[in-house]
Design a protein around this ligand. Structure first.
Ligand code: MIG
Length: 727
């Protein structure tokens, strides 16, 4: 039986069987008011014993957008995707699944509909691969919540989706600063010297990450005192210099007698169990580990409390890695592998066996059979096989972390990155895009993913800038950092054994360019923070494909430019040795803004159309929309270093423009109690000149320091008018 519920005006839920409560949705379904139906609008369905297949014929012009963290083009058509969270460190084009599972997408064509399949095990989505004209979705369960969203407008569909799954989480303002990571900065001395280099080279930075080597023998919630002596003092000193330290926390708990986290988890029965009741064991960094049963709320509470010591020492930023969960191999898997090798050893003339060994080694990791071999104890006493809720492991780990941090930090906001995620996790964590490579091809993947993840609610996200695996070149890091300006999470990260990738790791000319790029990011923080907060208030993605914003069929396949807030269109350069790129400027006039740095910005005005635009290596290519405004500040070493008393409003106005500048303390949740400012800025053309004015909506308890707004207004001929107003 299928139950049909009308959730809101534009959202219909079709409920199959008795679905697992994933926590993706924040709206309570009224259990009483349903209709029993046989068919679902939109899809033909085929219900099997342990799966349901949904089919829909696609017309030639249909596009598919969404699916969050995945490969393929922005328009997802023509490829197979799989929601089954996977630790895959090589993001080559044929891959079907990455770390997160985000089964929400929009079909856009003759009609426009959104689809969200709330089901936490494997979902295969063939978007016209096997059969060009068929969208076929295979859900590996017969207990499914299928939501359908209707609206003509794709942005409204995402808005309805967010009304169902909740609004994105709000990190502290310093999370919009530059962040530096590497696997690993091995000791206190190194991290301190990295920090000092940022300050002495005058390169802004807010966060430095600790990767796995800060721990004692990779035991989570421990610190190796030899490498990081006097940890509390270390954190305090870094904070004094304006750096937040973000340690990594993995889920796997090392099996070791006397290790408190293990002993406690074991004695309380908090680890995932095999069918025979023993703890499931997998091999990861620390060796043999147990996996906390995050599906259980008691375990989550326990895990959240484990952050106490670190938070006490002043830490308010963490990253949760390996939570798909990653399993290098299991003891049984290894045994089978050895017996295969033994068999081959006996052979006289092994040949093709080379390949069976190779495959067997690769096949040891992250195996479906392993995921099918352990179980979760749910709050209601039911036991469920991990495979059935596999896609929620990272979601639940991040939930445990964020609930813990909320308790420990009270009114102070936190920054949390999770590698694995499911729909709904955007309410309490952000994610990074995992182990990309220092390849040019991965810049465009990053550009697409920013857009697709925004559609799924993950507004604050980003990839490893400069690329994680492989060695990067100076040019690659420069171009990627220029994209970083428009990536809410702007974090440079690189893998063990690769070439260093910090802003000064190349030659001094490169350092100079990257310094200017990072400084321009900091200059834009008033705009970025305003736009981020407004995007949440309005349930409208911070980052949007141009085709969602402007209604022109020519834009449909443009995936390498995107809207970043209401005023800016980013057009990053993502190919090597290029003196520029093609851009398509939709609908209105655009101010082409080539930015060298805060003080050196070149502008020119373009009419709608397609152009090749020259752009030197030290220029960030940006466009400001006609009749809109961008607010900037003078860059600082870190967010909050000095009071901001002056804003610069750069505007491109042919008629009139307005901008709502939002600000709050950037650190607490007091904005929920009305402690914020909306400063409305207006510019109007009159008699060959411009009038500027503003009005304040500042709450009594919140005082903003802005005293002066300088205006730099460009007209349709690119002529500049400057004005100043005081508050
Ligand atoms: O299997 O902690 O994605 O960011 O540096 C590698 C080491 C484990 C994977 C993460 C990466 C991190 C790395 N981790």
């Amino acid at each position: 039986m299928i139950k049909k519920y009308e959730i809101f005006k534009n959202i219909t839920l079709f409920r199959f069987g008795d679905p697992f409560k994933t926590g993706a949705v924040v709206v309570d379904v009224d259990q009483i008011n349903f209709k029993e139906v046989k068919d679902i609008y939109l899809f033909d369905k085929n219900v099997g014993l342990d799966k349901v297949v949904f089919n829909k014929t696609l017309s030639a012009g249909d596009s598919i957008y969404g699916l969050g963290e995945n490969l393929g083009s922005l328009n997802k058509r023509g490829k197979i995707y799989r929601c089954y969270s996977s630790d895959d460190f090589l993001h080559t084009p044929e891959k079907e699944a990455l770390y997160g599972s985000h089964p929400f997408f929009i079909i856009d064509g003759d009609e426009t509909v959104g689809v969200f399949i709330d089901s936490p095990s494997e979902i295969k989505i063939d978007a016209g691969f096997k059969d060009t004209n068929l969208l076929s979705i295979e859900v590996s369960s017969t207990d499914i919540d299928l939501y359908i969203f209707r609206s003509k407008n794709k942005i409204d569909i995402i808005g309805s989706f967010l009304s169902l799954v909740g609004t994105p989480y709000i990190p502290p303002k310093w999370a919009f600063g530059y962040q530096q990571c590497r696997w690993s900065y091995p000791n206190r001395e190194t991290v301190e010297s990295i920090g000092n280099q940022f300050r002495s080279l005058d390169i802004p930075c807010d966060v430095i990450y600790l990767d796995i080597d800060y721990m004692k023998d990779y035991k989570v919630f421990t610190v190796d005192e030899n490498k990081f002596p006097d940890f509390e003092d270390f954190i305090a000193k870094m904070l004094e210099k304006g750096f937040k330290i973000a340690p990594i926390i993995d889920p796997g708990v090392k099996i070791e007698d006397g290790y408190e986290v293990y002993e406690e988890g074991k004695s309380k029965g908090y680890f995932c169990k095999k069918e025979n009741g023993s703890d499931f064991v997998g091999m990861v960094w620390p060796g043999a580990t147990c996996y906390p049963d995050f599906a259980n709320s008691k375990v989550r509470e326990w895990w959240g409390e484990l952050y106490t010591e670190m938070v006490k020492s002043g830490i308010c930023a963490f990253w949760n890695d390996m939570n798909e969960p990653a399993i290098f191999f299991t003891p049984d898997g290894l045994k089978n592998f050895y017996s295969l090798v033994d068999k081959i050893k006996e052979k006289k003339d092994p040949g093709f066996d080379f390949f069976s060994i190779k495959d067997a080694v690769n096949g040891l990791s992250n195996k479906r059979e392993d995921y099918q071999s352990f179980f979760h104890n749910l709050d209601d006493g039911k036991v469920i096989c991990h495979d059935k809720i596999h896609n929620l492991y990272g979601f639940f780990m991040a939930l445990a972390t964020s609930d813990g941090l909320k308790k420990l930090l009270g009114n102070k906001r936190y920054l949390l990155l999770s590698r694995s995620s499911y729909i709904g996790a955007h309410r309490f964590t952000s994610i990074w895009m995992g182990d990309n490579q220092s390849w040019w091809e991965h810049i465009i993947v990053n550009i697409r993913m920013l857009q697709s993840l925004n559609m799924c609610g993950f507004f604050y996200t980003g990839a490893d800038i400069g690329g994680f695996g492989c060695n990067s070149s100076a040019e690659l890091v420069i171009r990627w950092s220029q994209l970083g300006i428009f990536s809410p999470l702007f974090r440079n990260h690189s893998a063990l054994g690769t070439r260093n990738q910090e802003p000064w790791a190349f030659d001094s000319a490169t350092t100079d360019i990257i310094r200017d790029i990072i400084k321009f990011r900091y200059a834009l923080i008033p705009y970025i923070y305003s736009e981020y907060l407004k995007s949440i208030i309005n349930s409208r993605c911070l980052i949007l494909p141009v085709s969602f914003v402007f209604d022109d069929p020519i834009l449909k396949n443009i995936e390498d430019q995107f809207m970043f807030g209401e005023s800016i269109m980013a057009a990053p350069i993502y190919t090597p040795n290029s003196g520029g790129r093609y851009v398509t400027l939709p609908d209105v006039k655009w101010l082409c803004w080539k930015v060298k740095n805060f003080d050196d910005r070149d502008v020119s005005v373009y009419n709608p159309g397609s152009y090749f635009i020259n752009c030197e290596l030290d220029e960030t290519l940006t466009f400001v929309k006609e009749n809109s405004i961008v607010v900037l500040m003078r860059p600082q070493n870190y967010v909050g270093e000095k009071k901001i008393t002056e804003l610069l409003a750069v505007a491109f106005v042919t008629d009139r423009a307005s901008y709502m500048y939002y600000d709050d303390d950037g650190e607490t949740y007091d904005f929920q109690k009305g402690k914020f400012i909306n400063l409305n800025i207006f510019i109007e053309k009159s008699d060959g000149d411009y009038e500027v004015y503003f009005n304040d909506e500042e709450s009594a308890e919140y005082k903003n320091d802005i005293r002066t707004i300088k205006f730099e207004i460009y007209d349709e001929n690119g002529r500049v008018f400057t004005k100043i107003i005081s508050r």
